[in-house]
Design a protein around this ligand. Structure first.
Ligand code: ZN
Length: 286
């Protein structure tokens, strides 16, 4: 099977175990937003039995990749668009609207199928990741019914680890309820909502870059004493962000929404999430 992004590739490998060979389509260190697959990138699709995506506009290029590989016959399973996940999402806490009071924010003619929206980064919420895990196990069981019990058992075991991850997030972030942190792009809204934090992003997808209005709001938030830290992301340049950090006096850290199989501490979903938790706590504490 092929997965669009590393967190989903890792999930497929965890649940598929020895019965599933997983390839990740998005190269390490590259943002999925606006990704345009090159011929070399789509080569793994030639032998693919299925393609796993998040859906909800995060990795809409999956379909273009299949067309480029002349494999439009490959079934695409968008985990976040499965019925079981949508039911789970209905009871998830909604991301708090922070710094999105600009009336021009959601206008413009940018591609709505691929614009950056916090809501789509469901895997960064350890609770919603448990629902994505169930969706993955159900999908693998349908693709390979002979091993459906293996996939369900692997999912049960992985969900225990995700439950532990959630407990650690909840305990370690509890002292910072209501606090604001600033990120590069709108990836951490689900994380913030789950643990009672507020996430602001400075990248303006509609403007195609840094929004000066957003940066002003970040600085206003800092002056009001609510924002504590600003986080770069490995998939984006950090120079502008460092400049804002030094102008504002915010602590600068790194949050990685994608992970990277070649970077220690980020080479699995769980390691990435634990590294992000350490960075969040380091940034939020006084
Ligand atoms: Zn994103």
């Amino acid at each position: 099977v092929v997965a669009t992004i590393f967190p989903i590739a890792d999930l497929a490998a965890q649940i598929g175990g020895t019965y599933v060979h997983v390839t990740c389509l998005l190269p390490p260190g590259v943002s999925p937003h606006g990704f345009a697959p090159k011929p070399a990138d789509v080569r793994p699709l030639r032998d693919a039995k299925a393609m796993f995506t998040i859906g909800m506009g995060i990795d809409g290029w999956a379909h273009r990749a299949l067309a480029a590989a002349q494999r439009t016959d490959v079934p695409v399973i968008a985990l976040a668009e499965t019925a079981s996940f949508k039911r789970a999402l209905a009871s998830a806490p909604a991301p708090m609207a922070v710094g999105t009071t600009d009336p021009d924010e959601h206008q413009g003619d940018h591609d709505h199928s691929e614009h950056m929206h916090g809501d789509g980064h469901f895997w960064l919420d350890p609770v919603l990741m448990q629902d994505l895990t169930r969706a993955m196990a159900e999908a693998l069981a349908r693709l390979d019914p002979a091993h459906d019990n293996v996939y369900r058992e692997n999912a049960d075991a992985y969900i225990v680890l995700l439950g532990k991850l959630h407990e650690d997030y909840a305990r370690e972030l509890a002292p910072y309820r209501g606090k604001t942190f600033v990120t590069f792009h709108e990836a951490f809204g689900c994380t913030a909502a789950r643990y009672g934090l507020r996430a602001m992003a400075i990248h303006d997808a509609g403007a195609g870059g840094f929004g000066p209005a957003k940066i002003d709001r970040v600085l206003a938030e800092v002056r009001s004493g609510d924002a504590r830290a600003i986080f770069a992301e490995p998939q984006f340049p950090r120079d502008r962000l460092e400049a804002i950090a030094s102008r504002s006096g915010l602590k600068a850290g790194t949050l990685d929404p994608e992970g990277n199989p070649h970077v220690r501490g980020y080479d699995s979903y769980l390691n990435m999430m634990r590294s992000n938790l350490r960075e969040l706590v380091a940034g939020l504490k006084e």
